[in-house]
Design a protein around this ligand. Sequence first.
Ligand code: UD1
Ligand code: MG
Length: 460
Amino acid sequence: MALSAAIILAAGEGTRMRSSKPKVLHELAGKTFLERVMASVSALDPETLAVVVHYQAERVAKAAQSYNEHVEIVQQDDIPGTGRAVQCAMKQLDSDGQLTGPVLIAASDMPLLDTATLDALLAFHKASGNDATVLTANLEDPTGYGRIIRDSDGSVLRIVEQKDANSSELAVHEINTSVYVFDAAVLARSVQGLDSQNAQGEFYLTDALESARKTGKVGALAASDALSVEGVNDRVQLANLSRKHNLRICERWMREGVTILDPETTWIEDDVELAQDVTVLPGSFLQGHSTVAENAVIGPYTTLIDAQVEAGATVERSRVQESHIGTDANIGPWTYLRPGNRLEEGTKAGAFVEMKKAHIGAGTKVPHLSYMGDAELGEHTNIGGGTISANYDGVHKNRTHIGSNVHVGAGNLFVAPVEVGDNVTTGAGSVIRHAVPDDSMVYSENTQHVVEGWKPEWER
Ligand code: UD1
Ligand code: MG
């Protein structure tokens, strides 16, 4: 069923987060609440997608526009409350009073709200012929939520906020998720009569449901997945929800054939792709659009950010960002790969090695304590411990080229830009400033001086 409009409420400050950042810009698994809710709602293809802003309005509006360029921004005025937010939205979306069809309303502090849940709500709304339908959930602990109050025949009467509820109302476990579908005309009418005669002195959207009942048919659908409608009001709830969401993702991958030794300490974001027989060891963070191919072993204590790891590679106690790790490559422990590296098949980057924009040819090894920045290394080359590409002259970043089958001695310094050919051997401690031809040996003077019988001053 086509949606005439979707209204996402994002004007609140979220005081209980105790943050300088608006609540809806906090993140769960690498994406803001607002981005998540907007994505789920956008998938229903509403004719208008509106986001209501007020607290740090410009910042929230800018974020919303970055997630969906067609979003319509509604400014809520200084009058507080979810009901006021919808009044402001309807004033803008239905200025001529001609809006028809179903309108979806959703709070944006429910980061796991998914399209399947919204689809079910819409389908139910249509099938039941309701003028207003609220999405509810049955929670073991309903504390903090508005309660759904039903008639003795089961029909929905109204919603009572926690702060306005009496003891029998507080005993209700069915809660308001803050997701609704209203017929446009009924919504326009219902939000008109709101007042702020309640414990919080706010215009409650929940009261619109009771008004809708006076002229039309209202109903409720209980969400089948309680996690998808869980609201976040403080950071304790955020941590709990993040953990539950992460556990779900880990379990999905385990069922797909990934070994995860400890899901409690393994954090996998939504867009990560893992192949069969990948192993993820404890303390690992797999983020962004990272992909890991068959039989690769990630961790322990490894962070992948938008990284591609090919089959059979191992990445132990390392951080890899926007880099490609070839088949059977061996990374770590304690390797730091900054953006832009490509390590080909069978390469090695060892302990305390840092790389940035480096291309490491197949079979080449950088095993110990080295920095390769803006470097191009051929195949089957070995870099001695403590070797540095001096890529930055204070103004420009310059590239170092080292050929194939090169043996670089320990403690070399390549002063870029510089080119070293194939089949070269370099002496330990060399400072390479000029081009070195193929099939040669190069070393630089480093005179050793011995002063016999010398003693430190205090011993003299
Ligand atoms: C609200 C519901 C409550 C429900 C709960 C579900 C009301 C009165 N209460 O309470 O019944 O159980 O959500 O999580 O609706 N917002 C605005 N403008 C405002 C105030 C809030 O746009 O003036 C937005 C917020 O940014 C947020 C959403 O509305 O996305 C809900 O606001 P919040 O303050 O979290 O309401 P709750 O107290 O959780
Ligand atoms: Mg809330």
